[in-house]
Design a protein around this ligand. Structure first.
Ligand SMILES: [Zn+2]
Length: 148
């Protein structure tokens, strides 16, 4: 498993050589790192290309630029909800490690609570959309039944 790092190993173009050469190598996505030394957070492009190989996620916040601040969620410029949705869209349902560097554990607990709430909210919306879709597409269900 490899983790993306700012400054040289943080985009599809930079990760491609290694990930394409070693197909069994898993991806460890650090969404905080993906926000550093780039014009735009690279999480979307990494998930689009390698989302199926995602095995672990690190989350923490920062303000872009070059400082890997490892802030509590919501304290920087990374939109937690947007990236939680992106992870769920990629089919990820594994472990997320919060890399919040602080001597005060309450910042970590706060980040955990934010992540749990946002994850559950996004999941509820996703489930509601799926049920809505199934409910209003009975013809596709019938077609499947006829094939069987
Ligand atoms: Zn990390």
């Amino acid at each position: 498993m490899i983790e993306n790092l700012p400054d040289g190993f943080n985009s599809v173009a930079q990760l491609r050589d290694l990930l394409d050469a070693v197909p069994e190598l898993g991806l460890h996505l650090d969404i905080g790192h993906a926000n550093l030394l780039v014009d735009e957070n690279t999480t979307d492009e990494i998930l689009e290309t390698y989302g199926g190989r995602l095995q672990h996620v690190h989350m923490h916040d920062n303000k872009g630029g070059s400082s890997d601040l490892h802030l509590p969620l919501g304290a920087g410029t990374i939109e937690t909800e947007y990236y939680v949705r992106a992870l769920q869209d990629a089919g990820f349902d594994g472990t997320i490690t919060l890399e919040v560097f602080t001597p005060d554990k309450r910042y970590l607990e706060y980040s955990r609570d934010v992540l749990r709430r946002v994850w559950d909210d996004c999941e509820k919306i996703r489930t509601a959309k799926i049920q809505h879709t199934e409910k209003f597409e009975p013809s596709s269900v019938k077609t499947q039944g006829a094939v069987v």
